[in-house]
Design a protein around this ligand. Structure first.
Ligand code: ZN
Length: 376
């Protein structure tokens, strides 16, 4: 019996990997995209409908759940899988990113972060040990180390201070983490856009020994070119036999480019959030259904898509729902967008298996140019 999540590599195409991650709650074929279930809900979707899109693992947010309804409450009710009726694998973030982006009056010290809730102003403390304890209470399959998300841009000295703090916190997370079969602890590489810092961070985490390795602190405004440059410097420093996770990314072409650089796991609010603002990702590029050009269009959103929104409804109807602000609009578009992302990941997996990733990437990039909204 292994004490962690099992990861196997099935095929490779250049630096890209086709893998399989086996957790206590099921198997994830990689490269994989994780829909974001912030407050124990993938917004506008039933869990069974999320699974029907092809998603095999979802992400939960420690920060949101610790504030409401509270990690102890979820544990009393049988853990997060049961609480939200998602029987599959769950990865939780550590709370670090949301503390930086949402909380008020935060104070960062060596011990951890003291902050006030964005909901009611109540004071909380999040330390590496408390973050791990919360993620244990949630009962998630994959626990993320608690880190400081370095702001962008950051001078090299600031990025170094922040990265070194995150590495000391990672060691405390490892000490607090309780290994269980089918569960794992992932470390997070920081270091902003500085290659030497990224490589020192990766080396520190490898020395510590993690079940998987995430690249953090990207998709914060640095742009696709810089993000890919950081991946080119960082991913080769990560163990080949462990999963690689790019946090908070991204647009379809960001994902394709990162897969080509050896990333296996992704999460992003984009498909779900866009679904609530009438934006749809399609094989004909990104579409804004509020645009008048869709008002009388009887065609489906994406003729090649098998989701319920594309099988049963016209662009004209989806346009109407968006204009009338009917709740069904976000429901249908979220379903479609998650299906599009799941299909994109399945296409990437098949392309890697066939050794045809370069052609798949070129075709995806060409299709992205056709939409209402530029791909980058
Ligand atoms: Zn669809």
């Amino acid at each position: 019996m292994t004490s962690d999540v099992a990861f196997s590599l099935l095929a490779r195409d250049g630096a890209a990997r086709r893998g399989r991650l086996v957790t206590a709650h099921g198997t994830v074929e990689t490269p994989a995209f994780m829909p974001v279930g912030t407050s124990a809900s993938v917004k506008a979707m039933r869990p069974e409908d999320v699974a029907a899109t092809g998603a095999e693992i979802i992400l939960a947010n420690t920060y949101h759940l610790m504030l409401r309804p509270g990690a102890e409450r979820i544990a009393e009710l049988g853990g997060l899988h049961r609480f939200m009726n998602w029987p599959g694998p769950i990865l939780s973030d550590s709370g670090g990113f949301q503390v930086m982006s949402l909380a008020k009056l935060r104070q960062i010290e060596e011990t951890g972060v003291t902050f006030r809730s964005h909901l009611d102003g109540s004071q909380h403390v999040l330390t590496p040990e408390r973050s791990i304890a919360i993620q244990h209470l949630l009962g998630v399959d994959i626990t993320m180390a608690f880190d400081e998300c370095t702001p962008f841009p950051a001078a090299e000295e600031e990025a170094q201070r922040s990265m070194e703090l995150s590495m000391r916190w990672a060691a405390r997370c490892k000490a607090a983490y309780r290994p269980r079969p089918g569960h794992g602890l992932f470390g997070i590489v920081q270091g902003s856009i500085y290659p030497a810092l990224r490589q020192r961070s990766a080396a520190a985490l490898v020395e510590l020994g993690c079940d998987g390795y995430a690249v953090g602190g990207l998709a914060v405004g640095e742009g696709q070119e810089r993000m890919f440059a950081v991946l080119d410097e960082t991913v080769p420093a990560l163990p080949v036999d462990r999963p690689h996770y790019l946090m908070g990314v991204g647009k379809p072409l960001d994902i394709v480019g990162a897969v080509r650089r050896g990333i296996d796991l992704f999460d992003c609010v984009l498909p779900t959030r866009s679904g609530r603002t009438a934006q749809a990702f399609t094989r004909g590029g990104t579409v804004n259904l509020r645009n008048a050009r869709h008002a009388a269009d009887p065609r489906p959103l994406d003729a090649e898509c098998g989701c319920g929104a594309c099988r049963h409804y016209s662009r004209a109807y989806l346009h109407h729902l968006a204009r009338a602000e009917e709740i069904l609009g976000p429901m249908l578009l979220t379903e479609h967008n998650l299906r599009y992302y799941a299909d994109l990941m399945a296409g990437l997996r098949q392309a890697i298996e066939r050794g045809a990733l370069a052609a798949f990437a070129a075709e995806t990039a060409a299709r992205e140019e056709e939409g209402d909204i530029p791909p980058r």
